[in-house]
Design a protein around this ligand. Structure first.
Ligand SMILES: *Cc1c(COP(=O)(O)O)cnc(C)c1O
Length: 383
C-alpha cells in the first residue's frame, strides 16, 4: 500500500465490539480482568491504551518502521530516545537545533553525565572529527531550524560504527511524507507530532519510530517507566490529523515554493533560506534525500533589524506565533522567540541574526499569502 492509503487504513480497523468505523477514544485508565492475571492484553493505560496503539500502528507505517511509541510531546519522545545513553556516553548533535532539544541536552541530560558536541553537520569532516570512542548516539535534525540547512543522512550514518553508535533523525520539519530517514540508514526517527503530523495546531504530541527491536525495547520501557504518554483524546486527534498528511504536505510545499520564489525575487529581501531553491547551498542533497522540500522557510529583509519587527506587526494572514506545521500560516522571529534561550553571541555566530524571520507556510490560497507578504514588506519600509 502507498503512503496515503496507509495513513488512512493502518491501525484503523473497525472496532471489534461495536463495529464503529472510526477508532473510539478509549477514555479509560484501567481494564476489568476476567480472573487474576487474565485480561485481553490491556491492564493499565500508562502501559497500553487501544486508541494510543492505533496511533502507534498508523505512525509506524508512515515511517515504514516496525515499531512506534507515542508520547505526550516531542520532547518526551526525545527524552525517551536519549535513554539509550548512560552516564559517560557522548552524543554528537546538529548545531542548528530546535531550542527545546538544546535545552534538554544542555540543562537536563548533561547533569546526568552525558556529554554533547554540537557540529555543523553540513560539513562531514566536522562530523567525522567529532566522533570519539564513547560516541553512543548521533542526533541529526534536517532540515534544520531556523536556517533550513540540510544534513546528508546517509553520509553521516555511514561515518559511524553501527554496532556502537545509534543514529537518530528528528524528522519533524520534513514529515514522513517527504523524508524517510530509516531507508537512508538512520536507526530511529523522532517527531513532534504537534507539527505536520497533527497538522491543525490543536494538540501536542510526539513519537519515536525504529526497526530495531532492542532499541524499541529501551524506548518502550522508558515510555512506561517514566510515563510521558498521550491521553486517548490527544492520541485520537493526532491520528485524525495524520490521515490527511499527504494532502496537506503537497499543498504546504507548493505554497512554500511559490512564497520562496516571490521573496527571492523581491528587491527588499536580502536572503531566502529554502531547500527547494537552486540557490540553497545543499539543494542537491535535499533533492536526493527528500521527495519534496516542505513548508518551512526563513528570510532576511534589507535594512535595519527594526524592519523585521515592523514586518511582524503588519502581516494579517501570517500570525505571529511559535510552532509550525498547521494548516494556518505562521510567522516567527527566532532570535526573540524560539531561539531566545540561546546566548546572543552563540546565536549570531550560527546565523540566527535579529533580522531573520521564519515562515510556516500554511495551506491557504497562495495568492492571498503572497499579497499579505507583499503588503507587509511595503508597510515595514515606512516603519
Ligand atoms: C516542536 C519541535 C520539537 C519539540 O516538540 P514538542 O511537541 O513541542 O515537545 C522537537 N523538534 C522539532 C524540530 C520541533 O519543531
Amino acid at each position: 500500500m502507498k503512503f496515503s492509503t496507509r495513513a488512512i487504513h493502518v491501525g484503523q480497523e473497525a472496532d471489534p465490539t461495536t463495529g464503529a468505523t472510526i477508532v473510539p477514544i478509549y477514555q479509560t485508565s484501567t481494564y476489568t480482568q476476567s480472573a487474576v492475571g487474565e485480561h485481553k492484553g490491556f491492564d493499565y493505560s500508562r502501559t497500553v491504551n487501544p486508541t494510543r496503539s492505533a496511533l502507534e500502528a498508523q505512525l509506524a507505517s508512515l515511517e515504514n518502521a516496525r515499531y512506534c511509541s507515542a508520547f505526550a510531546s516531542g520532547m518526551a519522545a526525545t527524552a525517551a530516545v536519549l535513554n539509550i545513553c548512560s552516564a559517560g556516553d557522548h552524543i554528537v548533535v546538529t548545531d542548528d537545533l530546535y531550542g527545546g532539544t538544546y535545552r534538554l541536552f544542555s540543562r537536563v541530560l548533561n547533569r546526568y553525565g552525558m556529554r554533547f558536541t554540537y557540529v555543523d553537520m553540513s560539513d562531514l569532516d566536522a562530523v567525522r572529527a567529532a566522533i570519539v570512542a564513547e560516541t553512543k548516539l548521533i542526533w541529526i535534525e534536517t532540515p534544520t531550524n531556523p536556517l533550513l540547512k540540510v544534513v546528508d543522512i546517509a553520509a553521516v550514518s555511514a561515518l559511524r560504527d553501527p554496532q556502537r553508535t545509534t543514529v537518530v533523525v528528528d524528522n519533524t520539519f520534513a514529515s514522513p511524507y517527504f523524508q524517510q530517514p530509516l531507508a537512508l540508514g538512520a536507526d530511529v526517527v523522532v517527531h513532534s507530532t504537534t507539527k505536520y503530523i497533527g497538522g491543525h495546531s490543536d494538540v501536542v504530541g510526539g513519537a519515536a519510530m525504529t526497526d530495531r527491536a532492542e532499541i524499541y525495547d529501551i524506548i518502550k520501557f522508558h515510555q512506561n517507566a517514566v510515563g510521558g504518554v498521550p491521553g486517548p483524546h490527544d492520541a485520537w486527534l493526532t491520528m485524525r490529523g495524520a490521515k490527511t498528511l499527504a494532502l496537506r504536505m503537497r499543498e504546504h510545499a507548493a505554497n512554500a515554493a511559490r512564497v520562496a520564489e516571490f521573496l527571492e525575487g523581491h528587491d527588499e529581501v536580502e536572503r531566502v533560506y529554502y531547500p527547494g531553491l537552486a540557490s540553497h547551498p545543499q539543494h542537491a542533497i535535499a533533492k536526493a534525500q527528500m521527495s519534496g522540500f516542505g513548508g518551512m522557510l526563513s528570510f532576511v529583509l534589507r535594512g535595519p533589524v527594526e524592519r523585521a519587527f515592523a514586518f511582524a506587526r503588519e502581516t494579517q494572514l501570517f500570525s505571529l506565533a511559535e510552532s509550525l506545521g498547521g494548516v494556518e500560516s505562521l510567522l516567527c522571529h527566532p532570535a526573540r522567540m524560539t531561539h531566545g534561550s540561546i546566548p546572543k553571541e552563540d546565536r549570531e555566530r550560527r546565523g540566527v541574526t535579529d533580522g531573520l524571520l521564519r515562515l510556516s507556510v500554511g495551506i491557504e490560497d497562495c495568492d492571498d499569502l503572497i499579497a499579505d507578504l507583499r503588503r507587509a514588506i511595503e508597510r515595514s519600509a515606512r516603519g
